[in-house]
Design a protein around this ligand. Structure first.
Ligand code: GDP
Ligand code: MG
Length: 439
């Protein structure tokens, strides 16, 4: 999507005669890109109007950077669309906050309620989970497994078939035990069925949640509008969590859901792991949607590593990346985890760690550190070329670290790849700063 929109804008700025017709064509192209990213048809129509209202082609002074102005208009309009102008729910300490999850089957409710309980737990709330999914066999086991792994107390009752009864049992018990965040997981259906809606209403009546959260799968695309509207009418929810934003979905559906229900997105799910939950940030979300995100994420990541490696930051700004920089980078990644996600953000590391679980990946990183620690300072602070010129160095390092020459080679090719990327990034970072200035 980002590429298509940028291409449309570039076409305009490249075309010799910047006339109003070219400007119209560009808006059309942007709108069709948004449509194919599952942004709702009506919304695209509105967007088109407001871009026209915001950017009057005739009035643009000849010397302005038209591309920037148009990009900014598109960006601002999309950000405005995901901003519901409503304050999201904030749980209060020292009292029970009952949060109920609703959504279709497979949307990610059970996964996300553990993520959310954990989120609040790490922020000092006493959090717990209640399984009110009596519909799907195995639902309780799934919740129990997740909750146990996250060390979060949970409640379920396999002998009770009425979900409203189980929900109330759990909530009552946890209220007595002075829990502050009580999250009720409910069942879903494959479709919006009367059964599901009745059940939701029954549970809502029984537990009187302080907040109902609708979980919406980012991959459902154009159905997002109808689905969120249907849920809103029955189980009036106060916030939305969008899951599976790590996949290939374009996220346009999320925009439609907010616009249709005037309800804020509070979090997004970015993976299957318990830690893959991020606060929703409209500007970041839209940047990603427009394809401006990966680079920003990477720069952010590198910046977050600066804590104990000012040198690497300085190097990166200069477009340099030494073997030692790679070593520090690996060390920091091991600290930051979860590994699979961090590695995924860094091209090269993602293929290197492909098919490995966190344990294998950590082992591999440890071996890479051993390799680095068998190098001389001169080797560590080099760009790695001296190894290629003198392969005997690789053999020495492999012996010294108890690894293989192959592993040393892998590490060096990793460093070369990063060095190439950092060199490019030096330039891109400057561009990004300019672009942000323009936005
Ligand atoms: P429920 O039926 O609504 O309770 O959905 P589940 O929580 O059981 O999730 C359905 C599937 O989606 C599971 O395989 C989850 O691991 C997966 N899932 C949930 N959230 C995410 C996410 O943010 N990213 C990815 N990639 N998968 C997710
Ligand atoms: Mg479930």
């Amino acid at each position: 999507l980002g590429r298509r929109i940028n291409a449309a804008v570039s076409d305009l700025t490249r075309s010799a005669n910047l006339d109003e017709k070219a400007f119209d064509d560009m808006i059309k192209e942007i709108c069709s890109a948004l449509l194919s990213a599952d942004v709702n048809v009506k919304l695209v129509g509105q967007l088109r109007k407001s871009i026209r209202a915001q950017v009057s082609f005739k009035d643009l002074p000849t010397h302005t950077n038209k591309k920037r102005i148009i990009q900014k208009a598109v960006f601002d309009q999309l950000v405005a669309l995901v901003d519901p102008h409503a304050e999201p729910f904030k749980p209060r300490k020292g009292k029970p906050n009952v949060i109920m999850f609703v959504g279709l089957q497979g949307a990610g409710k059970t996964t996300t309620c553990t993520k959310l309980a954990r989120h609040y737990q790490t922020r000092g709330f006493k959090a717990c989970l209640v399984c009110a999914d009596t519909f799907r066999a195995g639902a309780f086991d799934q919740l129990k497994q997740n909750a146990t792994r996250a060390k979060i107390p949970f409640y379920g009752n396999l002998t009770q078939t009425d979900p409203a009864v189980v929900a109330l049992e759990g909530v009552t018990r946890f209220k007595k035990e002075r829990f502050e965040i009580i999250i009720v997981d409910t069942s879903g259906r494959h479709r919006q069925e009367a059964d599901l809606f009745n059940e939701m209403v029954q549970i809502q009546k029984a537990v009187q949640p302080d907040q109902t959260i609708m979980v919406l799968d980012a991959t459902i695309g154009q159905q997002a509008e109808a689905q969120s509207k249907a849920f809103k009418e029955t189980a009036d929810f106060g916030s939305i969590i969008i899951t599976k934003t790590d996949g290939s979905a374009s996220g346009g559906g999320a925009i439609s859901a907010v616009a249709a229900t005037h309800t804020p997105i509070v979090f997004i799910g970015t993976g299957e792991h318990m830690l893959d939950l991020e606060k929703f940030q409209p500007r970041t979300f839209i940047s990603r949607l427009l394809g401006m995100g990966d680079m920003a994420g990477l720069v952010e990541h590198v910046q977050s590593l600066k804590l104990d490696q000012k040198d690497t930051m300085k190097h990166i700004q200069e477009g340099i990346f030494t073997v030692r920089d790679l070593r520090d980078q690996i060390q920091n990644m091991m600290k930051m985890g979860p590994l699979s996600k961090m590695a995924g953000m860094i091209p090269g590391l993602s293929n290197m760690m492909e098919g490995m679980n966190d344990e294998d990946g950590t082992m591999k990183m440890k071996r890479m550190i051993y390799i680095c620690d068998s190098m001389t300072d001169k080797e560590l602070d080099s760009d790695g070329k001296l190894f290629i010129n003198e392969p005997a160095r690789m053999t020495r390092v492999a012996h010294g670290s108890g690894t293989s020459v192959r592993e040393v080679e892998d590490l060096l090719s990793q460093q070369r790849m990063m060095a190439g990327m950092v060199k490019k990034m030096g330039g891109m970072q400057k561009n990004m700063k300019n672009a942000q200035g323009a936005l």
